[in-house]
Write a protein that binds this ligand. Sequence first.
Ligand SMILES: Cc1ncc(COP(=O)(O)O)c(C=O)c1O
Length: 483
Amino acid sequence: MPAAAPEASAIATVDTSRWSSKRRDFLRMLGYGAGAAALGPTLMACGSSNSATRADDLRAQLVTDEAFWTAVQGLFILDPSKTFMNIGTAGSMPKLTLDVFDEKNRAKARDSGNGYSNLRNLRDQVAPSFGVGGDELAFSANTSSGMCHAILGLDWQPGDVIVTTNHEHGGGDTPLAIAQDRYGIEVSRIAMPVGNNQTAATYQNLFDERVRALKNAGKRVRAMMWSSPTYKTGTLLPIAELMEVVKAHELISIVDGAHLPGMMNYDYGALGMDFMSGAGHKWQCGPGSTGILIIRNKIRASNPLPLPKWYPVHTSSYSTQPRTTTGTETFDIAASVTSCGSVHTPMFEALVSACLKWDEIGREKIQTYDLTLANYLKERIAERWGLNALYSPKDDPKLCCALTSFNPFRNSPNDIMDSAKSSQFVARMLSDYPQHFVIRNANFEVIGAPAQHYGVRVSTHLWHDANDVDALVDAMWDLSGRM
Ligand SMILES: Cc1ncc(COP(=O)(O)O)c(C=O)c1O
């Protein structure tokens, strides 16, 4: 459900004092505003010349809308002495969200207010942007909390099998481990491919084959759980394709979508999974301790399977109504996750302000920009280090997101299995370069490798531009040559 994209001038209260000199120079050159439209096509045409690489084309696309994104950057209070490229771990609240948080906190303190509410009015304000009704969008504490709600609320029977991958985050793996010990379920893990040599069909086949093999062995497969994307390699497991497997085998579907809200403009009603647990505090840039949990609560064409039996495990709101068998809900299931005693309402009011700002900027526009930045970064990495250095897929758009993971060690690629050296690379990207890049690494299994790889991961979001990516790539190339 893409929102209309506003003009750059519609981005309210831009604080230019925090812009880097690079941005101010760029805008001076551009004659900020009026010149942007004229310059864009020129740069685009340059990038599309015969000798231009795919990276050049992507760069030209990014620069075309530079004035707009510079205005967006002015919404944040990020420390300009650093380049924050670890949104996958933590976002940053825009100024307006900080203001809402502060005002609502003070109002609550002035009035000795409580938080006994299921926040339905707030949920109704953001649910349409995620393609669901307010009864299907819950506010959780974060992704991990949403995964606990989803997994530990299902009516598992001993011997039930969940099919998942070996690249899951602890936020999903921990409730899985509890369900194993407490309810006697079994977990079957698919070994994840890495790199560019994979497509959406790869995952559809891997899951389908695994479910079939388990069934043939007499196992009772009940659910599939996967990350879209994985935090390790930034591989966006394709929800639509995996939902085909889910429906063919009549399974429960649980998506760890930590990175989806604020990055991807997804319509969850159309995708039809039973649960999608996302963060409010990462790409959506809401306060810490906020998350968005989508719970399927009505039958749609996208998923005609019956709603699974599920009990709230952490709540002050429990409905004994039967779940619907039609397109109309019988009760507000998301209330049971959102309402548990007195909650800190300013936190969620602040989250809503960030969501509404994303709607105003345009969720589709943000998705396109984030992905173009990431694709540009991947192309530049492939040009310098070679395609095989990438752990993230590059060429199937269904697998691409705004997380980029790769092996920077060009002199001795096997050093990527050295945890300390990989961590040193991350630390030196922060300390050794004037832009002070904030990135991270993550360890994961690679099929056929003798040890785990500690890939370096970069997040690209709406406060970055092509120059940031260029500077990052130059610094990483320089550092990799010296390590
Ligand atoms: C795939 C994935 N799942 C879960 C989490 C946990 O997120 P949260 O801190 O919102 O619980 C993360 C955090 O990075 C993640 O990347």
